[in-house]
Design a protein around this ligand. Sequence first.
Ligand SMILES: [Zn+2]
Length: 302
Amino acid sequence: MSKVYEYVQDRIIRALEEAIENGGPAPWRKPWKGGMPKNYITKIPYQGINLLLLEGGSYLTFKQIQELQRKNPEVKLKKGSKSYKIYFWKPVERGEGEESEKDREKDRPNFIFRYYNVFHASDVDGIADDTADFINDPIESAERVVSAYKRECQINIKVGSDRAYYNPTLDSITVPSINQYENVTEYYSTVFHEMIHSTGHITRLKRFEDAPGQTIFGSESYSKEELVAEIGANMILSMLGIEDQNQQKNSVSYLHNWLCRIKEDRGLIISASQHAQKASDFILNFIEGEYIENDLKLTEAI
Ligand SMILES: [Zn+2]
């Protein structure tokens, strides 16, 4: 095991044991803000059923994209982008003659269910990120890891949402945008967490015991996969030398949540760490040679 991985595993076990001794760590807090689905131009949030059907973030109609394109030719809808439907009730205007006696009596409003198509802002090149609550500079080394993984694994990473998850059926990752985070390390922690999940896919490390999408939330294999993802994210951050104490504390709270469901177990952390290590190596291999410097620095510091 690489010295950095060993260090991360031991640090996590120590922090968990310490936290448990002291009555458990502080509750996990969601490290990002906002990102509810809304229109990019009008900023009006979508309502009703749309909230259940849409990812978070901003959306534009094709017409809105064309209008922006007229002002700035850099604006472009990415090839192969899929559209989403926005549903709404449209009042029906009737002519006098069409309105029946019954309708008039009941003063019944007449609406029909309609939809129009929109595109997610992350599928449009050349427009500014409007989900920003904070302003964060991307970390170059971390961005290199993300883009190499995207390129080599042909995986779609949708940025700008109110949620973070990996969809094993579609093999796609969704995360909030970098500027929804107060702490930039937490952003990369989220991205790496979801990337580690995606290494379990059948075309990569085949880690999922159940068929993709069949893993039951709260089951033992689900909990273990959460440990793998969270420990793996910490390993990548350490390899890049971009750890942060607040992120680490929150990470321990997150891990503790999953451990509670399957009893605190040191062995489980170690076995999850082994999978996490394989997954981190899988991801970091795509930038082989670029992170060795941090590895050495950390080794000396231990
Ligand atoms: Zn997860």
